[in-house]
Design a protein around this ligand. Sequence first.
Ligand code: PLP
Length: 463
Amino acid sequence: MDGTFNENDISRVVEADRAHIWHHLSQHKPYETTDPRIIVEGKGMRVWDQKGKEHLDAVSGGVWTVNVGYGRERIANAVRDQLIKLNYFAGSAGSIPGSNFAEMLIDKMPGMSRVYYANSGSEANEKGFKLVRQIAHKKYGGKKHKVLFRDRDYHGTTITALSATGQDERSAQYGPFTPGFVRVPHCLEYRAFEQDGAPQENYGVWAADQIEKVILAEGPDTVGSLCLEPVTAGGGVITPPDGYWDRVQEICKKYDILLHIDEVVCGVGRTGTWFGYQHYGIKPDMVTMAKGVASGYAAISCLVTTEEVFDMFKDDASDPLNYFRDISTFGGCTAGPTAGIENMRIIEEEGLLQNTLDMGDYMLDQLNALGDKHAAIGQVRGKGLFLGAELVTDRDTREPVHESKAQAVVGDCMNQGVIIGMTNRSLPGKNNTLCFSPALIAKKDDIDQIISAVDGALGRVFG
Ligand SMILES: Cc1ncc(COP(=O)(O)O)c(C=O)c1O
């Protein structure tokens, strides 16, 4: 580059990208011979790349984020106006959009009461883990500090969030990890046959009981919280089996363990309710959310707690350490809650929760119909517009396809101009689930286009 900068010269953008960008979750060797993909523009459900090629985005920005679709001028305008009025002040003070959005959010979360702003899902989860440690120190002499997490779940990329990951390929090579994080078994009924002692009936209750076993082995007086995704996302789109959540809640109550629900993917509409936990009658103590909160129009994450949890941090004002001594600098950016307000209004005004339920049912049916045609589809799972199709070499043995096969399906769809996802370097030997999460504005035609691309791809990859 010679220093002059022409933002419209796309070949220079590609050159600068290849020279200077370290892409997320990417192996860079291929970029020595191929161009990195640059996404230039988005509108509704579609994005265009540097070559002007149109893609139907069936994964809402790659990672379940752009819930209300691209090109929402209304969000951009609200953020612009707010930035001119006040872009930032540290979160030790309040802000108008911060208060207004918190009120809207709490209105959708009966039983919850306090909103703590941060920037990313990982960070919000870390706040939740810190609360547990501080409560342990305040009430239990530091003892009740452990956080339980589940096999196949993911809670973020920082070292402590990775200490709570049930995805071994995500955490490999990043140890040593933070002590005090303990894994419990997954609840994927389709793979129950791989779990010792799993029954044919009442699997959900059995899977929850495995959590109790871990609690008893660790000592209930050492366990502070249980952190779970309501529907596991990157670990294979796992919907909970019947009876699971009721039993999980009984167990948490029995041992005085806080229930931390990670809504980073499910939160704000993805499953057709405001929050994924609301499908299952769950009463959380803490909820974390990020991606869909502002649909990617601004960086924002939230940790939401009950008043009961909050109260534990304000009981003794004379003790200088007796409050949540935590800050997120950019949790004070006003763009996040401003975008969050408009995002929520759009979902309400356009009836997107109902659309998500309707289109989710339609897409689930269409994926199941593909299963009648393609033996590689072992199981289709999901809730709302949050769906997955697990690919197997043999339906009887449920042997997972090699990840290269799933990658080939994703690549074939991409060639057809449809972006789908898959479990990505997460689970050793089990990166075999295709992931679908179109924006909540999806219509039947969009779903049909996605299904038709997957149909063609499966036919070409598996014959
Ligand atoms: C369930 C879940 N929790 C937390 C995170 C971490 O969020 P972030 O990447 O914003 O830190 C993710 C990211 O994919 C996620 O899927």
